[in-house]
Write a protein that binds this ligand. Sequence first.
Ligand SMILES: Nc1ncnc2c1ncn2[C@@H]1O[C@H](COP(=O)(O)OP(=O)(O)O)[C@@H](O)[C@H]1O
Ligand SMILES: O=C(CO)[C@@H](O)[C@@H](O)COP(=O)(O)O
Length: 545
Amino acid sequence: MQNQYVIGVDYGTDSVRALVVNAHTGAAVGTHVFEYPRWKKGLYCAPEISQFRQHPLDYLEGLEESIKGALAGVPEEVRQNVKGISVDTTGSTPVAVDENGTPLALLPEFSENPHGMFILWKDHTANAEAEEINQLAHHWDVDYTKYVGGIYSSEWYWAKIMRTIRVDSQVRTRAFSWVEHCDWISAVLTGDTNPLTLKRSRCAAGHKAMWNEEFQGLPSEEFLVELDPQLAGLRQRLFKDTYTSDEAMGTISAEWATKLGIPADVVIGVGAFDAHMGAVGAEIDPYTFVRVMGTSTCDMIIAPNEEIGHLLIRGICGQVDGSIIPGMLGMEAGQSAFGDLYAWFQQVIVEPVKALLGEEAAAELRKKLIPYLSEQAAKLPVTENDVVALDWINGRRTPDANHTLKATISGMNLSTDAVKIFKALVEATAFGSRAIVDRFYQEGVAIKKVIGIGGVAKKSPFVMQTLADVLNMPIKVASSDQACALGAAMCASVAARIHPDMKAAQEAMGSGFDAEYHPNADKVAVYQSLYQKYQSLGNYIEQYA
Ligand SMILES: Nc1ncnc2c1ncn2[C@@H]1O[C@H](COP(=O)(O)OP(=O)(O)O)[C@@H](O)[C@H]1O
Ligand SMILES: O=C(CO)[C@@H](O)[C@@H](O)COP(=O)(O)O
């Protein structure tokens, strides 16, 4: 049987892509990307208060268009042999739903209300609520933050729920339950979005909702009511069990099978976060550090439970049994802004050009600017007196989440130009990465290999070389342009029982690596000294912020 196909659907921050893959060879036979139209217009967002919302219609239109587009050019034989679909999404990206599991923004009365929409991972409006969760958890009988690095983040589920029900009484009254994007969209494909029965992702629940077997599920009702009395009763309308992404959520609904033109028995896998399925796609194995490098970074490691499970790793985004590969401890860390820091600097330069010279000139500049700055920055020597910056333009995700922190650029004089600033920003993102690697080492998790995937890993040799120099470690880049979607396809192949487990799927479908960056011995020592400056600057800013 060499003619079975699976589809991986990967919802990123700006767009969703679908990838049709031969489940036996990993060969991609069709792909299509769909950009979220409402998001692209900036609707429902308020960056000045860190509010980032996405309308469920962007996701539904994206589901149909991306899969249809990916299947558009494939032979009928492929279409008829699609066996499974799995979906990954960003997260924590939850939404308030009614009794049927319908996001409130799909009901007429909430259609323009950002609080009835998905609250995107990078929305930091719930900083105060995250702090309240931390304060209470650290003084409760059981510290519910212990498996999420000891610090709850405003990027996560409970903080977002608390904030929303506080600021919007209509949403609070109408919200029956709350569902993560990866759970909802997978359930949509099965035609059954009942929030009481849909299979919730272990990955989302464990890393972002403080779910753990030790707690018999989510934090207790008493804890939640103490946090906010308005949370009373919600726990029992959420979930107790969670599922790993090798399992099936169900079978495709007749409506979606017809809409997509695929068989009625296609298996829909349990969903998970993009980075986690990306790590599967990048052929993660124990103690390999897989970095999904795009707008943000998500850093993934797996290790046998019996070797690492007894540790409580401080300051990361959690350690969850089976969140990446079933049976292994999955660990997550990351940076809230990586490519987004470069995108910010690009915007600083392009905006006045747009205002003065018009959109055409701005578009041309936007296309050329980062590649130009990278090319020029790569030619600069690295010295101990270089400009040093902090990468916290969107707060700090890890180590030790703190989304109130801000970025800084230091050490400029009249000779400092755009190229030197850009170099410092790239180095800042690499230093932020180094802080994460150091933390894993300090906490007893040794990293044996580094693999990069995602847009920046594929597009920027300059960033990757700088990272190798700063980490003083070689870094391989996965060949697939779509490692997250490929990982989702691998998960679909296991959920559809084509492969017995993730390892077998990785072996059959993995696409290998196409680049490797080795540290430049002459830069490693200077970077060590600049990294110390980065740390001192960070300590200073953190103290006086
Ligand atoms: N040539 C480049 N060098 C460095 N960064 C780049 C380059 N081109 C794009 N980027 C960055 O890549 C990021 C987007 O990454 P990508 O993986 O495509 O998206 P996402 O994170 O939404 O999945 C943006 O933040 C952008 O600044
Ligand atoms: O935080 C997570 C996963 O835990 C990601 O979904 C989030 O960083 C989004 O990443 P992308 O922007 O899609 O690269």
